[in-house]
Design a protein around this ligand. Sequence first.
Ligand code: PMT
Length: 403
Amino acid sequence: MNILLGVGGGIAAYKAAELARLLVERHNRVQVIMTRAARQFIQPLTFAALTGQKVCTDLFPKSTSDDALASSIEHIRLAQDHEVLVVAPATADLLARFAHGLASDLLTTVYLAFTGRVVLAPAMNTHMWQHPATQANVQTLLSRGHEIVGPNEGPLACGMVGPGRMAEPEEIAEVVLAGTTVKDLAGETVLITAGPTEEPIDPVRFISNRSSGKMGYALAQAALARGARVILISGPVNLPPPRGVELVRVRTAEEMYRAVMEHLDEASIVIKAAAVADYRVAEPARQKIKKTALRLNLQLEPTPDILAEVGKRKGDRLLIGFAAETENLIAEARRKLDTKNCDMVVANFVGRDDVGFASDENEVTLVTRTGDVVPLGRASKLELAHKILDQVMRLRLVLHAGE
Ligand code: PMT
């Protein structure tokens, strides 16, 4: 898809760079238009490098060279050649100029000449957002059928806490691409587990791991975008749940086990991205353990193996496990595939800082029941989530054809 990305002058302009990257990564051609104020916050070069396109900034040509005629109609060409105009951050000033049809620079002129879908991601101080003038402009823009993403609540650059924070780039990208993503998971219910579990030692301490939930939440977001109903069973994480997901919060492996079993009947696809503790303290102390002994021994017992249990009750569901390894990646993934009756195992190394636990990127290899080993290389967790789901849908076809 050809996307115009208008960048307004706000502190959130730096997040527009991440938005440009995400849109390009999902195979879109992105043309950036920056306002004069946006260039106070971030350099055009950043967007040019991310999109591979020259950034447009001016309505009028800088010189009276031969390019002058071409430049004088550039806003019409830009408006005609693109299907979506997304503006992030959309400042109070831009919303006002769009609402009132002022064509005072390249971005507002392109807006007037543009006939496609418009997505606006406002970002400003809370009082500016709540001002009746801004709210009236927003109503005008909504009445034209434009989509508004955010703003979200949170700490703002001005020191206030409240609505005004630009929506996260992933959230904006998902809205921009929502209409274009193939709904190949429509009719499926995907049950996804994500994040770590916490196994109590005493009332204030627990055993856990470094999982942030990002991989599982990316899978949930991708499955939702592809039309699935998504039940996300999540350990304790600091992530906002993707809009539209049915979120079940759990803490321990035992709670995750019970939640998975409770929802299993509804699911047609199960993906187990959670980093479940393998052991828990056999008898957690009822009171905080005092520092009296020189050594403290904790008796551990195994937690329920949720993946193996789902494998036993799988029926005709597709079951996708993960394997987090520090050595013998493919051999271990194959072993888990067989012993836990999975259709596919997503194998990742977890001994590195740049991929795996907690990072925004991962590098995985898929090992399937049909004998394939598919290395997916390194990419953002959202991009990998889509590639994993591509393989899930391919497996569904192959396995059903073989029945
Ligand atoms: O959350 P992030 O920070 O984004 O990091 C992502 C990740 C590294 C956690 C993720 O990509 C990943 O590898 N998840 C699986 C982690 C794990 O527990 O792997 P494992 O090899 O120990 O377990 C194998 C499989 O059994 C997993 O699908 C796991 O969910 C499941 N399991 C494990 C133990 C248990 N008691 N019950 C289970 O169901």
